[in-house]
Design a protein around this ligand. Sequence first.
Ligand SMILES: *Cc1c(COP(=O)(O)O)cnc(C)c1O
Length: 384
Amino acid sequence: MITKYLALPGPTEVNPEIMLEISKPIFNHRNVIFKDLLERVTEKTQKLLNTKNEVYFLTASGTGAMECAIVNTLSKNDKILALVNGSFGQRFADIAKQYGADVIEFHGEWGKGFELDKIKKIIDELGDNLKGITVVHCETSTGVLNDIEAISKLRCSDKTLLLVDGISSIGAVKVEVDKWNIDVILTGSQKVLALPPGLAIIAFSSKAIKAYEESDMPKYYWDIGKYRKFYVENRETPYTPAIPLFVGLLKQLEVLEEKGFDQEIKKHEKIANMVRYAIRAIGLELLNDDDIAANTVTPIKIPEGIDIEKLRKILLEKYSVDVAGGQGKLEGKIFRIGHLGNVEPLFIISILAALEMALKELGFEFEVGRGVKAAQEFWINNLK
Ligand SMILES: *Cc1c(COP(=O)(O)O)cnc(C)c1O
């Protein structure tokens, strides 16, 4: 069964034009075609990230890249500060713990931004003893966009690395890797880049590479030294790459670059605002305040008397719309509309139309059509 409308925070719909690229015949990843492809994809990814840092590609989902970030830069018993205000922040902390880092978890409220003054105090107290900070840029479980630039500036020691999960932000939100002094940042193919899952991207600063040279955490598949050696010497990856996804990624980056990476960010911003405006018009409540809301996913509180599993079932079975439920602490409290990648206004309007029909069927009281109308009006009023 094909789901027509993937309103999820990943995986996202793949453009047919990109799908055609991906379905081209396989070729040898040790020949000149791939070398050229890898070089071009690397350069374009650096542009996307606003960085001169080294960029590597892994055959993995995003979580693989999170693990890669940890094992390549840290050593056992290194003290790190894990900023947690949702389930992906927790995942980053858990990976570091699993490999033997000494993890201090700083918990922020789910659905809120971090209290930076409290974080600053911890960082100042630890000084040179703080080896790293892990943080998620867009915390997909809560739809909160954490302020990476501000967090980066809280560091008081040159020794402290900043490791950022940009899985659901890169491409849809401004990410200035060099200006913000991000040491490691990573993403996955199935989010904003709108490719099938299976390819992860990770970038290391020179400081992170230095840390790699001292790191004693166990690693084999994730050992970035091998990726580095193979790229520098041969423009290759050490192990078989996800060849079709590279072909798709090059095409996608070309399309985005031509439109302008900034244009894509603006599009996501406008779509996100349209969703928020329309959801409020239906009479539903958003989880987040506007000032911290991410451009890629919108969490909505489940209204009283509505069974979320029934709602999701109607959406999927009757309208072929897949929306996400809540995760962790927010399971059963929210549902989430993902709007990243190839999203367009009519896609959102379709989702809203289906949501309204499903809500009505379940007895939620409101005037059908208000959300769709609000979305249309929002779009018309923001045409520039
Ligand atoms: C989707 C997501 C992940 C997990 O990525 P996988 O590709 O499923 O491993 C991690 N962090 C964030 C912020 C995400 O949005």
